[in-house]
Design a protein around this ligand. Structure first.
Ligand SMILES: *Cc1c(COP(=O)(O)O)cnc(C)c1O
Length: 424
């Protein structure tokens, strides 16, 4: 059956680019995508992102704009904001940040001055660049103080967090990260922030969808500011939001505009509104819990194959595998898995003796496979593929990788992904 052309105008105007989009669609359809920060958005979210709303300039906020013609855009942005505050149980939401990194920069702009001490988790321990790490503007314009996890448990070292906070008195304490497989204890962070006079920023970029779906505790009762991307587990367009209690609303809004940005990306605001509507439905709660159930099942199956998991397992959507005992560097494993149609990223593990560009681990996540309907019953097969591919990476057996790629494509064909054209 011939495929209906999904982008006929694009194909007619720019066949070269249209062919690249089609190739990426094929790749996303046929491979097992296990990068924990990625997902498949719905066709509705894709359609909202591709609307004429992108033609409009809307500097300012609803009711206070610097351009005329906002009859519709004010309503779109209000809808997105109202849906965000309802879903996350907060007083205020700003839906304009272009992405997670500029959202975090706006938090610094709102509450700190250059040179001030700020605290976050060290990047190699699982933190994010924007939590004060040296190579980021946040680590060169501010004085980054970094905490980590305990060597014996792989869990956040709250004794260290408290000691550093009381000694250094940071303006901001960031919690959350990019490679944390366990539940974040927002109350414990809030207590330390209170004791040390810092504002607590919960950066829930990775787990926002789990929070919205009730599969991870909410930071809303504890954090002064909640920062999140909208495109990871939340399954919306590339974008971000800043949320807070009413007292911080003005400072955050001023920092985003005019402090840091110009006109908001209105098509993205619309797509965020759609994603938040989807996230408020019962089906999204089921998805969020399934993401965690799949991660738990995959972690158990990988452990059964003798894989060493940081912290011993997972509470959320993410698994960090230390491949040291398997005698395969993370990058070699990740590249072999890619050839087998399984897409992960190489990642440092806590106290990694290897270099960040060639670390000991791989990072695996279940949001994308959950969005295409895979269940815990599929996870033993997924773990077996990963285990075989890692072993093949060590021995250089390309035939095994090619066989896995075919098996993966067969399973993917039986579970079409949202937002992608189906058929051959
Ligand atoms: C992904 C992420 C960000 C940054 O988001 P971008 O949209 O890539 O800029 C910030 N913080 C955390 C914890 C993240 O996981």
């Amino acid at each position: 059956m011939p495929l209906p052309l999904p982008h006929p105008a694009l194909a007619a105007t720019d066949p070269e680019l249209a062919a690249l989009v089609a190739a990426e669609e094929r790749l996303q359809a046929d491979t097992l995508r296990l990068i924990p920060s990625e997902n498949y958005v719905s066709t509705a979210v894709l359609e909202a992102s591709g609307t004429v709303l992108q033609n409009k300039y809307s500097e300012g906020y609803p009711g206070r704009r610097y351009y005329e013609g906002q009859q519709v855009m004010d309503q779109v942005e209000r809808l997105a904001r109202d849906r965000a505050t309802a879903l996350f149980g907060v007083d205020h939401a700003n839906v304009q940040p272009y992405s997670g990194s500029p959202a975090n920069l706006a938090v610094y702009l709102a509450f700190a001055r250059p040179g001030d001490p700020v605290m976050g988790m060290a990047l190699p321990m699982g933190g994010h660049l924007t939590h004060g790490w040296g190579v980021s503007a946040t680590g060169s314009w501010f004085r980054g103080i970094q905490y980590g996890v305990r060597r014996d448990t792989g869990l956040i070292d709250f004794d260290q967090v408290r000691d550093l906070a009381l000694k250094e008195r940071p303006k901001l304490i960031f919690c959350g990260g990019t490679a944390l497989p366990r539940t974040i204890d927002f109350a414990a962070f809030a207590e330390i922030a209170e004791e040390s006079g810092a504002l607590l920023v919960a950066d829930v970029a990775h787990i926002a969808g789990l929070i919205a779906g009730g599969a991870h505790p909410s930071p809303a009762p504890h954090a002064d500011v909640i920062s999140t991307t909208t495109h990871k587990t939340l399954r919306g367009p590339r974008g971000a939001m800043l949320m807070s209690r009413a007292e911080h609303a003005r400072a955050l809004d001023k920092a985003v505009f005019p402090g840091l940005q110009g006109g908001p990306h209105n098509h993205t605001t619309a797509a965020i509104a759609v994603a938040l509507h989807e996230a408020a439905q019962p089906a999204f709660r089921a998805y969020a819990h399934a993401v965690v159930a799949n991660a738990r099942a995959l972690a158990a199956a990988l452990s059964a194959h003798g894989h060493d998991l940081v912290s011993g397992g997972t509470d959320n959507h993410l698994i960090l595998v230390d491949l040291t005992a398997k005698e395969v560097p993370g990058k070699v494993a990740a590249q072999a898995l890619d050839r087998a149609g399984i897409v992960v990223n190489y990642n440092t593990v806590p106290y990694d003796p290897r270099k960040p560009f060639d670390p000991s681990g791989i990072r695996i996540g279940t949001p994308s496979l959950t969005s295409r309907g895979l269940t815990p019953e599929h996870m033993p097969a997924v773990a077996a593929w990963i285990d075989r591919a890692v072993a093949a990476a060590r021995t250089g057996d390309e035939d095994v990788l090619a066989r896995i790629r075919t098996e993966v494509a067969d399973l993917m064909a039986a579970h079409p992904a949202p937002g992608l054209p189906t058929g051959d």
